[in-house]
Design a protein. Structure first.
Lengths: 417, 257
């Protein structure tokens, strides 16, 4: 049974090429099923994300590598000639290890990013997996889950909006129902607000010098528009303030807000200042319960997170390598399966023929006892050789055991007896 | 023989403290090793306490060393109840070394033996047990409050590594500290009521006065917590002040005998 992979990723191909072979999950599933139906020995899974398109083919006897590469180049259409030099082709253990690393997020642009595990699962479920790919993808998903569970490779935020949301979660016990106030109706604060909203927060007000502009953004969040002069009142119920105006100086100052903030009696308020020049006066951080993060602070948090992810990735690589070893052992054991099956078939054939010779000479109850006892003898006799052959299969000369068994018992190469 | 149980308990608590220190580098097996150390140590110490109870007449923890033994067990019990999950591993780093030191002192003072008994009637024994449980709760509450102040300081200072060593949110810590202190106040109230049943007017002394002072401090703190807005750093500092008072009361009232 051969496993082959052909693909392109952000490591090998620019976006102009990757987009030529990028397809959605539904099309990837359809492609996998089409290819699998072209040869009944093929198992196919197609993984296509914004960073990679990979075709996994497993086959007994067929040209798995050729099929995988052919499918990829067909996807590229007129650009096949340009794509071919940057495509990677991997086989067996290398292909499996690659898939394990992909599932763990170790091959991603941002180490440990979480989305890829779900994309691998979707590709697997939408594809045409058989015994080999089923086991390979299940082990890859297991490796991906272990890497995330046992290390912090996927824990820290990798973007400024995600860092702002993660910081808010360090202040508040969950963001469900938390009030977010946007100061400034710019694109940056909108993206950050959407990130917070995706975690359960509610945008309650959009404060802007120009109320018309605030109203447009407020409508998209179901919030109210507030003129800048009323910002102190708007903050009374706020938990997170995201600010990104283009004002030349501080918009939220201690002078303007001190009374309103003191009235909160220490109730936490997180200021996320994404503006340059800054909107939030740093002196606000001195007020009890107020936390002020500007864009440099957030970028420092992201940088530290990415550094942490890279450090954790070393540990995650070890987990993936261990899982790849398990896969190698399992795949090697497959090589001796035909010999084991043949041996068991031979034993069963002998047992059945010997039983047939005493057919009619024994009472029914005694024949049943003999049937059971002989089956147990066969099983017990063959148990240890079966285990030993599977264990030995992992070693470099492990297949010699299978050959010896075939020779000693006169077994044919595949399934003969 | 039962006294030998102090060693596995001490070893496990020590292992937990070391594992929690290792866990500062990140999540994973260190945190789990720490939690298992706490669990195993707690089981060993529980077995020790049961053996003491079964083999001695009266109250086995009436001496200062015996009371330390029970107190350290109560502190670890409080931690196991409220804080033994990976997010709270720093709390374990604060609690477990203290528990190990207290247990060592208890052992050195003979409080882990099976023949140290100073029984004085069930009411007084119950009073001592309730007071120790209350003080243990206040100790855990103060540890949580300390964790709150640590996390708040990191947020205020905009520590870039804040998310690499994630702690529970400020709100969660604030709520947990208040909840544990409330349990402690309930136990303290019960302990005082039981103690009052045996009290003569002439028995009132400084220790009892300070104990009542502790009760008033915690009651007022928690009342303000719910009625107004004594939360966050103010609550945390109040709980730490309460612990300071407790650490005066504890030797005076229970360890002086």
């Amino acid at each position: 049974m051969k496993l082959a992979l052909a693909g392109v990723s952000h490591h090998t191909a620019p976006v102009e090429l990757r987009e030529r072979v990028a397809i959605d999950a539904e099309a990837a599933g359809a492609l996998a099923r089409d290819l699998a139906s072209s040869d009944e020995s093929y198992e196919v899974v197609v993984l296509s994300t914004c960073n990679r398109t990979e075709v996994y083919v497993a086959s007994r006897g067929g040209d798995a590598a050729g099929a995988a590469e052919g499918a990829l180049l067909t996807l590229a259409g007129d650009h096949a000639d340009t794509l071919a030099p940057v495509a990677y082709r991997l086989a067996d253990e290398s292909a499996a290890l690659h898939l394990f690393r992909v599932a763990a997020g170790l091959d991603s642009l941002i180490p440990g990013e979480g989305e890829i595990l779900g994309q691998v699962r979707d590709a697997f479920e939408g594809g045409a997996a058989g015994p080999l790919l089923d086991r390979t993808f299940r082990m890859a998903l297991h490796a991906g889950r272990r890497a995330r569970l046992e290390t912090a490779v996927g824990e820290s935020p990798a973007s400024v909006p995600a860092a702002a949301a993660a910081l808010a979660q360090q202040v508040f016990d969950g963001l469900d129902g938390r009030c977010v106030v946007l100061v400034g109706a710019g694109r940056t604060s909108e993206v950050t607000a959407r990130n917070l909203r995706s975690r359960g927060a509610t945008v309650s007000a959009v404060v802007n010098r120009t109320v018309d502009r605030a109203e447009r953004l407020a409508a998209s969040f179901g919030a109210r528009a507030v003129p800048l002069d009323d910002v102190a009142a708007a903050l009374a119920s706020a938990d997170v303030v995201v600010s990104s105006t283009s004002a030349p100086g501080f918009v939220l100052t201690a002078d303007v807000l001190a009374a309103a903030l003191r009235a909160r009696r220490g109730r936490p308020l997180l200021f996320v200042d994404l503006a340059v020049p800054r909107d939030v006066e740093p002196a606000l951080a001195a007020i009890d319960g107020c936390f002020v993060y500007d864009v440099d602070d957030l970028e420092a948090v992201v940088a530290a997170s990415l550094e942490g992810r890279r450090a954790e990735a070393v540990q995650a690589e070890r987990i993936v390598a261990a899982e790849a070893d398990r896969f190698r052992g399992w795949q090697a054991s497959l090589a001796v399966v035909p010999a084991i099956a043949s041996l068991r078939a031979l034993a069963e054939q002998i047992r059945s023929s010997e039983l047939a010779r005493v057919e009619g000479k024994l009472p029914e109850n005694e024949r049943a006892v003999v049937d059971t006892v002989t089956a147990q003898i066969v099983n017990k006799l063959l148990h240890l050789p079966t285990v030993r052959m599977k264990e030995a299969a992992v070693s470099p000369d492990g297949l010699v055991y299978a050959d010896v068994v075939r020779h000693l018992f006169g077994l044919a190469e595949d399934d003969g007896t | 023989m039962a006294e030998l149980l102090v060693w596995p308990a001490l070893l496990a608590y020590g292992e937990a403290a070391v594992a929690y220190a290792g866990g500062l580098r990140g999540p994973g097996r260190y945190g789990r090793l720490g939690i298992w150390g706490v669990r195993i140590g707690w089981l060993a110490q529980t077995a020790l306490l049961v053996a003491q109870l079964a083999t001695t007449e009266g109250f086995p923890w009436g001496t200062w060393a015996g009371a330390l033994n029970l107190f350290s067990w109560l502190v670890v019990t409080g931690y196991l109840l409220w804080g033994s999950n990976p997010r709270y591993r720093l709390l374990g780093l604060g609690v477990m070394p203290v528990a190990a030191v207290l247990l060592t002192l208890a052992w050195a003072g003979g409080g882990t033996g099976v023949d140290a008994s100073v029984g004085a009637g069930w009411a007084l024994d119950l009073h001592v047990g309730l007071m120790l449980a209350a003080f243990a709760s206040f100790t855990v509450a103060a540890a949580v409050a300390g964790l709150y102040l640590f996390e708040e300081r990191r947020l205020k200072r905009r520590d870039a590594r804040l998310l690499r060593l994630r702690l529970p949110s400020l709100e969660a810590l604030d709520r947990l500290a208040a909840r544990v202190a409330l349990v402690g106040l309930g136990l303290l109230s019960a302990g005082i009521v039981v103690g009052l049943t045996r009290l003569d007017a002439a028995d009132v002394d400084l220790a009892m006065t300070i104990t009542l002072g502790v009760w008033v401090l915690y009651a007022v703190t928690l009342l303000l917590r719910w009625e107004t807005a004594l939360q966050g750093r103010r609550l945390a500092w109040s709980l730490l002040a309460g612990l300071a008072l407790v650490s005066v009361v504890l030797p005076l009232t229970h360890f002086a005998s």
